[in-house]
Design a protein around this ligand. Structure first.
Ligand code: BTN
Length: 286
């Protein structure tokens, strides 16, 4: 999993030194300075981008920056992670240059119990960014996996620090499979990439740009109006509702997303279970 990217692939972005983040632009590629006299950009997400080469995890870099008072919207990207983290303590593997790996610093005034809503929000943003760039319409598998034809295209990890129940910062990590033409044998049946789905190379810089735009859009709505508008959009894009699933110890039909992001599963005895965390598996014979 550590072979170098093929020589014909353009670099994601010249890795900047961690001490010298790109400031003022979403991403280096194709970015032009604004014309003189134009109003300053109000964009917070990606106003500061730390575009790095190889790191343990962009989550760890972003957390250290956040602990050092990095502003909300600070972004960390990497070409490769030596120890990428997935949900549930799993690892997230990549080969250099093949995935969009990024973490964003957020400082919402929410309770710890609401943090999963940010991952649901991010799933909507990733789906929209992918759709805008490729025409694909990824589905959201509860809680926040992006899938196409039942194969995972992207994953999201929200990690929070709290002061008793209040959140002091959230690091929102997103990994999108972009250029992979093949996967390790144990993942091959379950994973996909934009290159496999579209048959072409997709520009990671443009994808990051679109992702940050949609993320900021939904985040601002979330801060102003709460989870309800995101709930509606998540439900429109999910592939989980209506399926027969096993989740959080319950087996039955996924019938809804609760107001707070919990999955509602109705069992054979018509009891409804709230599942607040975990994975959804297709039920045997479902
Ligand atoms: C999952 O589906 O298990 C979540 C995967 C999240 C992976 C991303 S890649 C960028 C960021 N850095 C990490 O170490 N993890 C997240």
């Amino acid at each position: 999993m550590t072979s170098p990217p093929p020589p014909d692939r353009p670099p994601f972005r010249a890795p900047a030194s961690p001490a010298q983040p790109g400031v003022g632009g979403r991403f280096g590629r194709g970015a032009k300075p604004p014309p003189e006299g134009s109003p300053p950009s109000k964009k917070r997400f990606g106003a500061v981008v730390h575009a790095l080469g190889e790191v343990d995890s962009t989550q760890a870099v972003a957390r250290a920056l956040a602990d050092d008072r990095a502003p909300e919207g600070t972004v960390v990207t990497a070409e490769h992670q030596r120890a990428g983290r997935g949900r549930g303590g799993r690892s997230w593997l990549d080969r250099p240059g093949e995935a969009l790996l990024c973490s964003v610093v957020l400082r919402p005034a929410i309770d710890a119990a609401e943090v999963p809503q940010l991952a649901l929000l991010a799933a909507v943003a990733v789906a929209e960014a992918v759709e805008a760039l490729t025409g694909l319409a990824p589905g959201i598998k509860w809680p926040n996996d992006l899938v196409v034809e039942d194969r995972k295209l992207a994953g999201i990890l929200a990690e929070a620090a709290t002061d008793s129940r209040a959140v002091t910062r959230v690091i929102l990590g997103m990994g999108i499979n972009v250029s992979q033409r093949e996967f390790p044998v144990d993942l091959a049946a379950r994973a996909t990439s934009l290159a496999l789905l579209t048959g072409r190379e997709v520009d990671r810089g443009a994808l990051l740009d679109g992702l940050l735009t949609r993320l900021e859009h939904w985040y601002d709505i979330y801060l102003d109006h709460g989870f309800k508008p995101i709930h509606a959009e998540w439900c429109r894009r999910t592939v989980t509702l209506g399926r027969t699933v096993v989740a959080g110890g319950a087996q039955g039909t996924a019938v809804g997303l609760d107001h707070d992001g919990a999955l509602l599963v109705r069992d054979a005895a018509h009891r409804t279970h709230r599942v607040v965390a975990g994975e959804v598996l297709d039920a045997p014979g479902g």
